[in-house]
Structure formats: C-alpha cells, structure tokens
Design a protein around this ligand. Structure first.
Ligand code: SF4
Length: 110
C-alpha cells in the first residue's frame, strides 16, 4: 500500500480509537501471537467475529495506547512490519486502522 500522509478521515478515526482506549476499553493484550498458529487463530477471529466492528477489532487485536514489552522485546507499532510511517497506519488487512507509533497490538511482527 502507498504510504501517503494521514488523511482527515484517518485522523478522526485515530482520535476515536485513542478515546476508546483512554476510556478503558478492555482488550485481549495477552497472550501475544507468538506462533503462526496463534496468528492464524487471531486473524480468523478478526475475520469472523469482528468484521467492521471497531471495538471488537481493537479487543481481539489486543490494542493498547502504549507500547507492550513481551519476552524482553518492545512491540510498538512503529517497528512493526505492518506500520506505514507517513500515514501512521496499520496495513494488516484484518486491522486496517490508523494508529500512533507508540501504540501496540498482539499481532506485532518484525
Ligand atoms: S499489527 Fe499491531 S503492532 Fe503492528 S502496526 Fe498493526 S496495530 Fe501496530
């Protein structure tokens, strides 16, 4: 995907997600997706349970508005292979949401 600048629509949705997380939306932060089986399981749940439902996507993805460290490894969006730097966006198709560099989810991948 082209890494263009963040659009006003992206910015508005990022603000909405920030508010949901700041207001204590409980998400499945643990366990992290450490094996390909777990990745498949979480992606499958995102496809079948979440769909276009933003809150369910954030819950199943285990989103946080801060960086999580797992196995002595920091897992911020900004070092994840799915992160678009200029757009500040997650391009994993099942997530497909604007994020901040210091946020994190359990599908983080290097
Ligand atoms: S997969 Fe998760 S950690 Fe990686 S960019 Fe997307 S939301 Fe951030």
């Amino acid at each position: 995907m082209e890494d263009k600048a963040s659009s006003p629509e992206d910015d508005a949705l990022r603000d909405k997600i920030r508010t949901l997380l700041a207001n204590g939306l409980e998400t499945e932060v643990w366990p992290r997706a450490e094996t390909s089986e777990m990745v498949n399981q979480i992606v499958n749940r995102l496809q079948t349970e979440a769909g276009d439902d933003l809150k369910k996507t954030l819950k199943i993805g285990g989103f946080t508005d801060h960086t999580i460290t797992a196995d002595d490894m920091e897992q911020p969006c900004e070092t994840c292979m799915y992160y678009l730097v200029h757009r500040k966006f997650c391009e994993l198709p099942e997530l497909d949401v604007p994020v901040e560099p210091e946020w994190s989810c359990r599908l983080w991948r290097i």
